[in-house]
Ligand binder design. Structure first.
Ligand SMILES: [Zn+2]
Length: 244
């Protein structure tokens, strides 16, 4: 294989490696993002659980205050009962006391139900706190590991880019232009294998004479269908030695 073609093959593999590492780096960033989102969601859930407990507690206090007021009213009416002369007024007052007692009973039942609801809401609150802690733990890990991973990837990318630059410098400008043009139009893949008579970029059968030329590796040749640069490569047979 002529040096130019060898260099183009190398350049393509380095560009693919750069792309893969950049994608990996993007993946690390999105893992941190999703862990951050998770924490925000758990915080919201916790705030809601806190609000639920608060509002139930307030309901309970309100009802207990009403019960106190009613009890006070009963005491008050009972005190006045003996001062009443009129029979009709006396009956009305007894009825009022009775109504107050019924109201107290009703509130008492509601308070009992509220106690159950509060205890349930408190256990939900405890769960929400735990879930938030867990999510915060995940985020901390994602950040810590992500940072290390990012640094590693940055360093690797820097090395690969340096090597790419070094290779690119050795490629004649007209081949570099050809390569860049194909990379742009073919989604990053400009140099492909020709194997078993076909282009592995577009999988079209190559004209036999072209395949023979590609096999020789003495020129930079393009696939007539997808324009990609071709090089010959066949899976080495197990008993044969790999030839470059
Ligand atoms: Zn092709």
């Amino acid at each position: 294989m002529i040096k130019e073609l060898e260099l183009l093959v190398r350049l393509q593999s380095l560009d693919m490696l750069i792309l893969k590492k950049e994608e990996h780096r993007g993946g690390v960033t999105s893992a941190i993002k999703s862990a951050t989102k998770e924490v925000e969601e758990k915080k919201r859930a916790l705030a809601e659980a806190e609000e639920r407990v608060r509002s139930l507690e307030k309901d309970r206090r309100d009802k207990e205050r009403t019960m106190d007021d009613l009890a006070q009213k009963i005491t008050d009416r009972k005190g006045k009962l003996f001062q009443v002369k009129d029979n009709k007024e006396y009956t009305a007052m007894l009825k009022e006391i009775e109504t107050c007692k019924e109201e107290i009973d009703r509130h008492e039942e509601e308070v009992i139900i509220l106690f159950d609801e509060i205890s349930e809401a408190q256990s939900e609150l405890a769960k929400a706190k735990e879930a938030l802690q867990e999510a915060e733990g995940h985020l901390a890990t994602a950040q810590k590991e992500g940072e290390k991973e990012q640094q590693r990837l940055e360093k690797e990318l820097e090395e690969v880019r340096k090597e790419r630059e070094n290779i690119a410098k050795q490629i004649p400008p007209r081949f570099m232009r050809m390569y860049q043009r194909i990379v742009k139009s073919k989604n990053g893949l400009a140099v492909v294998r020709a194997e078993a008579g076909a282009c592995r970029g577009c999988n079209m059968e190559l004209p036999p004479q072209l395949f023979v030329e590609v096999k020789k590796g003495e020129e930079v040749l393009q696939c007539p269908f997808c324009q990609r640069i071709l090089y010959y490569w066949e899976e080495p047979k197990p008993e044969e030695e790999e030839e470059e």
